[in-house]
Design a protein around this ligand. Sequence first.
Ligand SMILES: O=C1O[C@H](COP(=O)(O)O)[C@@H](O)[C@H](O)[C@H]1O
Length: 264
Amino acid sequence: MGKPPNLYSFRSVAELAPSLRTYVLNQQKAAFEHHNTFRVAVSGGSLPKTLAQALLAPSDGSPGDSVDFTKWQIFFADERCVPLDHEDSNYKLLKEELLDKIPEKMGKPNVWPIDEEYLDDVQEMADQYEKNIVSVFAARDSVKLPLFDLLLLGCGPDGHTCSLFPDHPLLRETDAWVLSISDSPKPPPRRITLSLPVVIAGTKIAFVTTGGGKKDVMKKIFESEEGRGLPCGLINEGGGDKVSWFTDDSAVEGVSFPRRGSLM
Ligand SMILES: O=C1O[C@H](COP(=O)(O)O)[C@@H](O)[C@H](O)[C@H]1O
């Protein structure tokens, strides 16, 4: 591995949110300068709530501290194959936590939910979702990684991220960009997910991991060989210092190298 990932720890989610905001806005600025659009992949789970806390906070008025959702393309890093109004839907979660709360003056992002037409065919769902991503970027033949300017990810207590689970054969997939899974160990079993190479190729990758329920897996990921082989560990390994972890103190209790506080 080249340079190690960045690991930032804050006393609370309330203290983490402003730094996550600054980080996301820095990536927004870089992406706008590069291609006048911001291509983001987001996870479900605990992430949308913290993300909303970061992005919906009032601007401090300084140049650069403003979210321009009109130029955001939001995809799902993974999605459960359920209707969009189902309790398990990552889209529903993001909608309720963030999208529905965006004030008019921040503009509306372009959001890419799964197509419910393919709920009965999880592989077709994955293929169609990949086509959607490609449609935003051009024809697949001419599209090269990285697809995303920023991936905003969670980390499950077992070290999974997106719907990439420990020891699952999907971790070895290197061809397709969007994969299907029918045996997810965490319910619901049928899902689609970005592949490991797509995640690792992201321009920037941020994990947001909070709460004492994550401290054992965090210690594993950052301090053991076994943890380095977990999906989150593989992203640390492949992404190096493109990867930043935003955690609260309880999630990294006993982990040896978190830097406390603001990253700026
Ligand atoms: O099932 C999932 O879990 C992960 C982790 O969720 P968290 O609640 O522990 O943060 C999430 O990132 C993923 O999008 C979701 O489908």
